[in-house]
Design a protein around this ligand. Structure first.
Ligand code: ATP
Length: 510
């Protein structure tokens, strides 16, 4: 199945099975805004809960907060968002479509990378077992030429974008002969900067109303609460503050389903450290976050680091963890060493001292910060696309299954009486009542048992408990496991323990 086909199927499966709906669909939708349906909200809550447990509850020196979405407008002045949270946009005069200039250039590079991958795949086929991919990439003249081209484009891109040289960015797009994917023409407007923050007004009268912003990231809510948390929690450096919540960005080009949305959710943690120790902690979090993704069944081949060569003005190290989405490798999570930029900026603008007294060194200082920032919706898409599988079974039939890590599955258990008589439904309800408090369960007694199993496979339920004639005789049931489809017979009294143990089998430990 091609990647485009896979992506299309994932989007329609998400809708058909109540995971994700386009927002305001009966009014033809609202661009780049989505709603989570009855199964989607469960999966999303479970991702959030797993992140929270891993980052907050499993670390003694990390606590969580939940700051408001509305914040004092000065916060966005201090953080640099008012002046510099811009994307360079460009319009195609023929198609009237708007693009992010940096993304047009990134896509150009991705196309060259695609060509390299095709060369490698061809050579792999030709040389078979003796193929040394690393050597081929380093010595094959055609691949080397492609790599040089990528290097050249990257250098020019970093130079022009880094210096806000918008004329240079346009010249580069022209030099590379990049055409609009829709009209095919190269009839471009000039490149302009566009601020991504949404604004609204607070206050009852139009004269007295103040312009405020919908937060474009959750991080600033953490920085402005640094002092409150440090004092009230008697926190000692190094320590972290985490939060999850909505963020809003007026993205120029929102596409690729829930990958780039205008209203989305972030899960962020700011880790405050002694100045000079930030790079050690940066390495630590880089590895931990990669490990965390691994506990959710995401294999090594689907993940990679992308270290930033061009650093934001406030950072002294930054990397993205990229995931192989159905449209290629893209950023899933960012890990940034943000120095003391944010706390210092807030200290300067607010006039409040945002410092820590270190009892070990007897010094006052503004802590340095290492941030981990993952998009909830991108994580949802990573889990969902990693889990979507179509299998041909031994009898030739097709099964669509979501191999979601059980700890994240919307429902953990489906309780299914084999038939709707002989006391089986009553027995099933008894079991359901017992399991329900600990696990999110479903009850289903409609249709043949095979079809019911398939329905559970399609929403990713890891365990089906079936009540049959033997249950009525000896109080045993079968547990069917989603991935292997194997069934085993167990005593009803053991169900809760068996399921609980399996759910915990592979969880993250710092
Ligand atoms: P991109 O380069 O893709 O625009 P970014 O570098 O601006 O992302 P950050 O500001 O580092 O992103 O935000 C942290 C995380 O928030 C990202 O890694 C991503 O998972 C998520 N995120 C950012 N923008 C969006 C969006 N528009 N829709 C969904 N998730 C987003």
């Amino acid at each position: 199945m091609s990647k485009e086909d896979l992506f299309r199927k994932i989007i329609s499966h998400a809708k058909e099975y109540g995971f994700i709906f386009p927002s305001s669909e009966i009014y033809d939708g609202l661009s780049a805004v989505y709603d989570y349906g009855q199964n989607g909200v469960e999966l999303k809550n479970n991702i959030r809960q797993y992140w929270w447990k891993s980052m907050v509850q499993m670390h003694e020196n990390i606590v969580g907060i939940d700051s408001a979405i509305f914040m004092h407008p000065s916060i966005w002045k201090a953080s640099g968002h008012v002046d510099a949270f811009n994307d360079p946009l460009i319009d195609n005069r023929d198609s009237k479509k708007r693009y992010r200039a940096d993304i047009l250039l990134e896509d150009y590079i991705l196309k060259i990378e695609d060509k390299i991958n095709k060369e490698v795949a061809k050579a792999n086929k030709r040389f078979g077992e003796n193929f040394d991919e690393k050597m081929y990439r380093e010595t094959n003249p055609r691949v080397m030429r492609y790599l040089e081209e990528i290097e050249d484009v990257r250098t020019k891109m970093n130079e022009t974008l880094g210096n806000d040289d918008l004329v240079g960015v346009k010249a580069l797009i022209e030099e590379l002969k990049i055409a609009c994917p829709i009209s095919g023409s190269r009839n471009w407007t000039d490149v302009r900067q566009f601020n991504l923050m949404f604004s609204t007004q607070m206050g009852s009268t139009s004269e007295g109303a103040e312009v405020i912003y919908l937060r474009p990231e959750t991080a600033q809510g953490i920085f402005v609460n640094f002092l409150n948390v440090m004092k009230s929690g008697r926190m000692r450096v190094p320590f972290g503050i985490a939060q999850t919540g909505k963020a809003f960005r007026n993205e120029i080009v929102a596409r690729q389903f829930i990958f780039r949305m205008r209203e989305f959710e972030q899960m962020e943690m700011q880790f405050f450290v002694r100045p000079g120790e930030e790079l050690k902690w940066f390495e630590y979090w880089k590895e931990e976050r990669y490990k965390w993704l691994g506990t959710l069944g995401i294999s090594e081949e689907k993940l990679r680091y992308h270290d930033h060569e061009k650093l934001a003005h406030y950072a002294n190290a930054a990397t993205d963890i990229e995931f192989d989405f159905p449209f290629g490798f893209r950023e899933l999570e960012g890990i940034h060493s943000r120095t003391d930029f944010d706390l210092k900026a807030h200290q300067d603008l607010s006039g409040k001292k945002l410092q820590y007294f270190d009892p070990e060194t007897n010094e006052n200082y503004i802590p340095y910060v290492v941030e981990t920032s993952i998009g909830m919706d991108r994580m949802f898409l990573a889990i969902f696309s990693n889990a979507y599988n179509e299998e041909t079974l031994e009898d030739g039939s097709l099964r669509t299954v979501l191999n979601i890590p059980p700890i994240l599955s919307p429902y953990k258990v489906a309780v299914l009486p084999l038939v709707r008589k002989d006391g089986m439904p009553e027995k099933a309800k008894e079991i359901l009542d017992d399991l329900r408090f600990d696990f999110n369960c479903q009850y289903d007694d409609k249709d043949a048992i095979g079809r019911r199993y398939r329905r559970q496979d399609a929403i990713g339920t890891p365990y089906c408990v079936t009540i049959d004639t033997q249950t009525m005789e000896d109080n045993t049931v079968t547990i069917r496991e989603r991935d292997s489809m194997k069934q085993e017979r167990v005593d009803i009294s053991m169900l809760s323990k068996i399921i609980g143990d399996r759910l915990k089998a592979n969880i993250y430990r710092p």
